[in-house]
Design a protein. Structure first.
Length: 149
């Protein structure tokens, strides 16, 4: 099964190359007038038409080749620019809100720390009282034991 799949994959991928060779072989078989032969070469790779990429972009934007495409590119550029401005404003709002939440949580944590400190102090006082009561109980027990003897 793997062999069949790999064979079919190789055939599918090599078909365009085989078709290119076949078309190149038979493209000269037709007898055409020499004027008709100009521009009849077949190639899957686009030929370099010269000019810089910026020239091509300028031609697209100015609409010399395709005015509809220039309109679409301009509208898309405007859309992206506007969305970028809105996203920037949203990011600043969100970062400001985040800083506010952090400040509020720090104030809340300070209050919790104060409450915990108060609880610890109260707990220490209670522990000291319980320890004092335990000592008194032990003293009372010893006195009762001495009185019984």
């Amino acid at each position: 099964m793997k062999n069949l799949f790999s064979l079919s994959l190789v055939l599918v991928l090599s078909f365009p190359v085989w078709a290119d060779k076949l078309m190149a072989q038979y493209s000269g078989a037709r007898e055409l007038h020499p004027d008709q032969m100009q521009g009849q070469e077949y190639s899957r790779i686009p030929q370099n038409q010269g000019g810089d990429a910026t020239d091509k972009i300028f031609d697209i934007v100015t609409g010399s080749d395709a005015p509809l495409l220039a309109l679409i590119v301009g509208a898309l550029g405007l859309f992206i620019w506007k969305n970028e401005q809105l996203a920037r404003a949203d990011r600043t709002k969100l970062s400001d809100r985040l800083f506010e939440v952090i400040k509020e949580s720090q104030v809340g944590m300070d209050n919790v720390t104060t409450e915990l400190t108060a609880i610890k102090i109260t707990n220490a006082d209670t522990n000291a009282r319980v320890a004092g009561l335990e000592r008194e109980m032990e003293g009372i027990k010893e006195r009762f034991m001495v009185m019984k003897v």
